[in-house]
Design a binder for this molecule. Structure first.
Ligand code: AGP
Length: 616
């Protein structure tokens, strides 16, 4: 959840690069920010509660005194232990000020270690778990003969929990050391410098060949040097991965917010997700590797999907697609629930993890549990080199490009594309789907780019903005839909609440009369997703029932009769019901964006949230 960076440059100033890296990683947490640098071998720490601007103000007060430093680490925090104060901001130093540490994760046995520190009369200055580890590394430095990498390795043997850390020590032989157990950490080293970060996005301005640390690795970095050892101290080889994303992908490109930019990228995201994967002639999907072959897919008896948040909603759509197009039964679980129950998985169950980041702790744990129970594992994931991609037997990469907005948009659409492709491949492998039916569906998917563009014209966007302004003060919002669009109702509600802080609930429309209808009055806005499908007339009845009770209804979809009986409407191009979720979600994303904008919310950094949830 926190973001960490480090830079060790050959004779060049590093502070600006550290701050730029933190800016790229700010999406991971923005409670406090700090850097620790080496000035003539001495550690200097600057840290502050609040956002990067606070750190910049602190650094400005140094009046250039740190401008020449060439080694440093930095941190942007998503608070877990202790409130977001200056004292709890990272880096944390050991009691003698010999090492500085930044940390993403949780030290679960920190109370136990804290008690031992108390016995040694080592004073604690913060309420964090991180500071405890800093002192522990300081203690081990003695026994390790002053070698920081060895001290870190020894200290971590005492730690239970999950972490990505970067540690700096000064003196005559400055050292920068990194380690991970759980959260991601990537490194690069060239003759000019060495860098580390929680996300390759913060490294690509410096290097493209990136090493992703594995659990238990302890690495020492310096210009032209990258030495990795395992828990036992033995050297381990880690291959680099070439990351092709360009640096522009990490800026807003003229849009007011990353979220808006990412919503507008969706037509291209769909096209990228399909590129090289669709064969209209054969009515099939081409996916590389034995895993996706007919013989392999014929052995799948059931699919168990685990995911969180928006990715879970994509999983719920995937259930309709896989059951409907391939005839394979599907279960979908919150990863956080799946991992702690005792699931009964029949032989032949395929575990499918869905994640934008590939680092969500619960989703990774769910996949590991499924693996331990003998399941094969597939992931739909956006982040190349992520833990999920590396641990899964096969991956369908989402190809959405970096998603920075905390509210996920384009990754969701890419997940729906991936789910459709996989369902078609499975359906074809199992001879459930005919060539002609598959070809027609894939052809329509190919036209999706154009259909999404029609939903992103100035005219449509202005209309949704006006709708949002009219409804922004509603007491609450109900999102209703049925069938394959039911998860889109959940997603519309999630988007709205996470960035505008308005209460919103997604509901299966058929359930309305079993409770939620009691909330309907003129201050409760209902957004109904109405597609021209087999349950369209039933959704239309819901609209009538809400209006009969004085509740305003906004209808989104292509069912003309539903649109006609609603108070306000956003018309979505007519599509096959299987593909309708991809288009229906776009107006809901824009609606959430404009409600949040009209309410003056911080859209790309909503309160209390972080983009990547690498802790439980
Ligand atoms: C999406 O808008 C959310 N911020 C969140 O629910 C997210 O989808 C969830 O945390 C899962 O993340 P992942 O896709 O990276 O696993």
């Amino acid at each position: 959840m926190c973001g960490i960076v480090g830079a060790f440059l050959r004779g060049k100033p590093c502070l600006a690069a550290l701050v730029r890296g933190l800016r790229v990683l700010e999406y991971r947490g923005y409670d406090s920010v700090g850097v620790g640098v080496l000035q003539a071998g001495e550690l200097v720490v600057r840290r502050k509660a609040g956002r990067i601007e606070e750190l910049e103000r602190l650094l400005a007060a140094d009046a250039g005194a740190l401008d020449e430093v060439s080694v440093g680490i930095g941190h942007s925090r998503w608070a877990t232990h202790g409130p977001p104060t200056d004292e709890n901001a990272h880096p944390h130093c050991d009691w003698r000020g010999r090492i500085a540490l930044v940390h993403n994760g949780i030290i679960e046995n920190y109370q136990e270690l804290r008690a031992e520190l108390a016995l040694r009369k080592i004073p604690l200055r913060s309420q964090t778990d991180t500071e405890v580890l800093a002192h522990w590394i300081g203690i081990e430095l003695e026994g390790a003969g002053g070698d920081l990498a060895e001290a870190v390795r020894r200290a971590l043997l005492r730690v239970r929990g999950y972490y990505a850390i970067a540690v700096l020590s000064g003196g005559e032989r400055p050292q920068m050391v990194a380690s991970r157990e759980g959260p991601p950490l990537c490194l690069a080293s060239t003759p000019e410098g060495a860098w580390l970060a929680s996300d390759p996005l913060a490294l690509i301005e410096h290097a493209r060949d990136i090493v992703f640390l594995e659990d238990g690795d302890v690495a020492e970095l310096a210009p032209g040097k990258l030495v990795v050892r395992g828990r036992d101290g033995a050297l381990v080889a880690r291959e680099s991965v070439h990351v092709a994303w360009n640096a522009e992908a990490a800026d807003r490109g003229g849009f007011a917010h990353f979220m808006l930019k990412e919503i507008h990228e969706q037509p291209d995201v769909v096209a990228r997700g399909l590129f090289g994967r669709v064969d209209l002639e054969r009515g099939d999907v081409t996916l590389p590797g034995e895993f996706f072959s007919d013989a392999s897919l014929k052995q799948v008896t059931r699919v168990q999907i685990s995911a969180c948040g928006t990715a879970l909603h994509a999983g719920l759509v995937a259930r309709y697609l896989i059951e409907g197009l391939a005839g394979v039964p599907v279960d979908v679980d919150f990863a956080s629930e799946f991992r702690y129950r005792q699931p009964v998985l029949v032989p032949g169950t395929l575990a499918l993890g869905i994640s934008q980041s590939g680092e969500t702790a619960d989703t990774l744990a769910a996949l590991r549990l499924a693996r331990s129970l003998g399941c094969r594992q597939l992931s739909f994931c956006n982040a190349v080199g992520s833990t999920m991609v590396r641990e899964s037997e096969a991956t369908l990469l989402l190809e959405a490009g970096p998603e920075i907005g905390v509210a996920s948009t384009k990754a969701f659409v890419a997940m729906l594309v991936a789910a459709t492709l996989f369902a078609v491949r499975l359906g074809r492998a199992r001879a459930r789907l005919t060539r002609a039916a598959a070809s027609e569906l894939l052809g329509e998917l190919g036209r999706m780019r154009m259909n999404l563009e029609r939903l992103l014209t100035r005219e449509v966007v202005d209309k949704i903005r006006a709708l949002a302004e009219r409804h922004k003060d509603a007491r609450g919002f109900l999102f209703l839909a049925r069938g394959i669009n039911y998860p889109i109702a959940l997603e519309g509600a999630l988007k709205l609440k996470e960035i505008s802080y308005k209460h919103a609930e997604g509901y299966a429309a058929g359930e309305m009369k079993h409770g939620p209808i009691a909330m309907i009055d003129r201050d409760m806005t209902t957004v109904v997703i109405a597609s021209r499908d087999s349950v369209a007339s039933k959704v239309r009845s819901n609209i009538e029932q809400i209006r009969a009770r004085g509740g305003p209804v906004i209808c989104v979809g292509d069912d003309e009769e539903s649109l006609a009986v609603s108070d306000e409407r956003v018309v979505v191009p007519g599509l096959s019901p299987w593909l309708s979720p991809i288009a229906n979600v776009v107006p809901l994303q824009l609606f959430a964006y404009h409600v949040a904008l009209a309410r003056g919310c911080d859209i790309d950094k909503p309160r209390n949230l972080a983009k990547s949830v690498t802790v439980e």
